[in-house]
Every structure is written in C-alpha cells, then in structure tokens.
Design a protein around this ligand. Structure first.
Ligand SMILES: Cc1ncc(COP(=O)(O)O)c(C=O)c1O
Length: 396
C-alpha cells in the first residue's frame, strides 16, 4: 500500500513541463520564489520564504548513478547543495531543512564564516595529530569551556557522538570506581559497541554481548511516560557532572567533545589516551567559527524566539488534527509525537518532502517527527513548515 502511494507520489513528482504549465500554478509557484528556471517537478503547495541564492548547476553523476551506488538505502531526494537553512536537489529545487543533517548543521549549511575558517586552516595545515602543539585546539578548548557552567573546564575532542559517549562512560567509571550505568529507556547514544549496549531501543541492538552493567531507567516522556510530566521524579538519579556535547558543535564536520571537571579529567592521567583526528586544526577552526557565529548572530536568542513560535503553531495544529498526540521541545529542538499510526506518519513524512520540507523521524515506534533545523530558521520558515504539515495532514 505504502509502496503504491510512494510510486504515485513519485509519478506525480515527475510530471513533465507540459503538466506544470497545464496546472498554471506549479511553474509560477517556483519562478516566484527563485530567479532560476522552474524545475519540472515543482509541486503545488505552500510557498517558501524568499531567499536570494541560486546554487551552481549540478554537473556530477546522475541521480540514477548515485542510487545504484547506494543500494542499501534508497532516498528519492538527492541533495547536492546547501545554503543556510535550505537544501537544493540535483534539479535546483529548494527544500526547507528541518533536520539539519541529523541535528549536526547548527548555524546553517555552508555558513560563510565557518567555510572561511575551514578553508583558511586547510590551506595552512590540515592535520598533524595532537602529538604536536597547535593554537586552534588550545584556543577552541578555552572558548568552549568558557561557555560551560560551573567547573566544567576540561574538554576532550573526538570525532563523533559515539566516541564522546564512550569516553564519558569510561571517565564516569574511572572517577567513581563504580561499574554500573543508568541509561534511559528509548534513548539513543550511538552505535559503537559500548554505546549500543547503553542505548535503550531494541531497533538498534545487534545480537552481540553488550550493555554490561547498564540499567535502563524509565523514559521521562511527558506524553507516554509512567510519571507523566513530573520531571523531578524521573531526574532523581541523573548526575550532571559529565556532559557529552552533540556533534552540532562542528556544523557538520566530524567534531564532538566531552566536557568535564578538572577532578574527573584527572582520571585520564593514569594511562595514555589518544585520538588521532580528535581536535585537529581544521575541525577546531570550524568549532571556533561556530561559537563566533552563535554569538555574533544571536542564534540562541533566535532559537528561543523562533522555537517558541514553532511550538505555539504546532500546538495550534494539534488542536485541529487528532493524530497529533504530543508537541514538545525547547528552542529549535522539537518533537511531534503522533498517535502510533506508522503508515500515516510515513505518508505525511513523504508528502512534506514533496511539498518542500525535509523532516526527521524517530521514536521507539517510528511515530515522532523530529524538527531540529539549523539555528538560523526564521518565523517565515516556521509558517512554511506549518502550511506544508497542515496540508499533508489534511490529505490523510
Ligand atoms: C543523542 C545522540 N547521542 C549520540 C549519537 C551518536 O553520534 P554519532 O553517530 O556521531 O556516533 C547521536 C547521533 O545521532 C545522538 O543523537
């Protein structure tokens, strides 16, 4: 059924220029938003906010060739360009990005300041490892920990969320002398062997020995959780001394960090510890540029304002569509939990994509939309997302 719907959507998306002209709206819809010629597959629907950027013409291998190369996971969208909160496919069609490369592109795709820092550092020195001193990693460590609360003053740089969590687990065990770990049910922490053992979703667990000493606590889900939204009850066991930062600190570059106190960091002095690429000059330069951009462009404030508006608008839609079970989040990290209706969720996900919004999807039952866009989203972007989401839900 789903496959048929998808095929129908794909067929509709591939109507030729004549079909677009016939409808009148489709071709004009695109032209009004962009100075470039209308791609043949522009749909009728809500109108993206104006944006003064035309990506260069794509000249790489065709979508078919790339699909053939990527047999395991076939995505009908091929994204070849990005600029701030927008992505562009091989035909130049613009999409609003609501998922930011799985929550990694924090300040915007190809942000000029991050690009400049990366290019400048790449031209000078790309990599040597931390066996030699380098100013970028030292300055980044200071600038990152200056922004951390309390005594979180030591940073270890690694390349991924899994590595950061592996390290946090090891530090916690070394510092306390205890072995057992508490993890939340349904939480995701990465797919290294250690983090696979830690995470609490069967979907991601391969049948290998894992999770020694891991205990899964109740998921503090305010909608489906055992204690509703009584946060302090869920939080009773949670210690906040070790924070594993998310990969968004590199704006898409492989960069993650564990930030902890000097006392806990001291446990690492007992042996040698080394990460070949962690904290290399280019990643560090990018990390520093991200911090600068967040400050200079007031992006945390933007997240609070635009995210508040997004939550209000989604809650308004919740009043209209029974299938929306819960809307929750903070800033521009928002979840929309649908009633467990997997086929409908998949259909809305696909329809939003066809209307020009790339959403994320997750949750234990695959029934939660993840809206975690770059921090530069505007209220006009929210209006576009809401219009597309509303239309997709109306069409169920
Ligand atoms: C909360 C969280 N922790 C850990 C990870 C794992 O990060 P990585 O895939 O970079 O290892 C992710 C990735 O999505 C994540 O969302």
């Amino acid at each position: 059924m789903l496959r048929q719907q998808q095929a129908a959507l794909l067929r509709a998306a591939h109507l030729g220029p004549a079909a677009c002209q016939g409808s009148g709206l489709a071709a004009g819809y695109w032209r009004s938003q962009s100075s470039q010629a209308a791609p043949a597959d522009s749909p009728v629907g809500p109108v993206l906010p104006p944006f003064d950027y035309v990506p260069p013409k794509y000249t790489g291998p065709s979508k078919e060739e790339v699909l053939a190369l990527r047999k395991q996971y076939l995505s009908p969208v091929m994204i070849v360009d990005g600029k701030m909160q927008y992505l562009f496919d091989d035909k130049g069609r613009r999409y609003l990005d609501a998922f930011a490369g799985i929550v990694t592109v924090s300040v915007g795709h190809c942000h000029p300041e991050v690009n400049r820092a990366v290019i400048e550092q790449t031209q000078r020195l790309q990599h040597t490892t931390t066996i030699y001193l380098h100013n970028q990693v030292a300055e980044y460590g200071k600038e990152l920990t200056d922004r951390m609360p309390g005594n979180l003053k030591v940073a270890y740089f690694v390349n991924s969320g899994s590595e950061a969590n592996d390290m946090a687990m090891m530090m916690a065990r070394l510092a306390t002398g205890n072995h057992d770990l508490v993890c939340l049910r349904n939480a995701y922490h990465g797919l290294s062997e250690a983090t696979m053992g830690l995470l609490g979703q069967h979907t991601w667990k391969f049948p290998v020995p894992q999770g020694l000493g891991v205990h899964h606590a109740l998921n503090p889900n305010p909608y489906r959780g055992a204690w509703g939204n009584d946060g302090p009850k869920y939080a009773a066991d949670v210690a906040d001394l070790i924070q594993a930062a998310t990969p968004g600190i590199g704006n898409g570059l492989p960069l993650a960090a564990v930030v902890t106190t000097p006392e806990i960091a001291a446990v690492m002095a007992a042996r040698l510890h080394f990460n070949t690429y962690g904290g290399n000059p280019v990643s560090s330069a990018a990390g520093r540029a991200v911090l600068r951009v967040i400050d200079e462009e007031g992006l945390q404030e933007n997240c609070a304002q635009v995210g508040g508006y997004l939550l209000d608008e989604l809650r308004r839609l919740q009043g209209k569509h029974d299938i929306i079970g819960d809307v929750r989040g903070r800033g521009l990290m928002v979840g929309v939990e649908m009633e467990p209706a997997v086929a409908e969720v998949a259909q809305v996900f696909e329809r939003c994509k066809d209307l020009g919004v790339l959403l994320g999807k997750g949750g234990l039952h695959g029934n939660a939309f993840r809206i975690k866009p770059p921090m530069c989203w505007t209220k006009a972007d929210v209006d576009f997302l809401i219009a597309a989401f509303d239309q997709a839900l109306n069409e169920l």
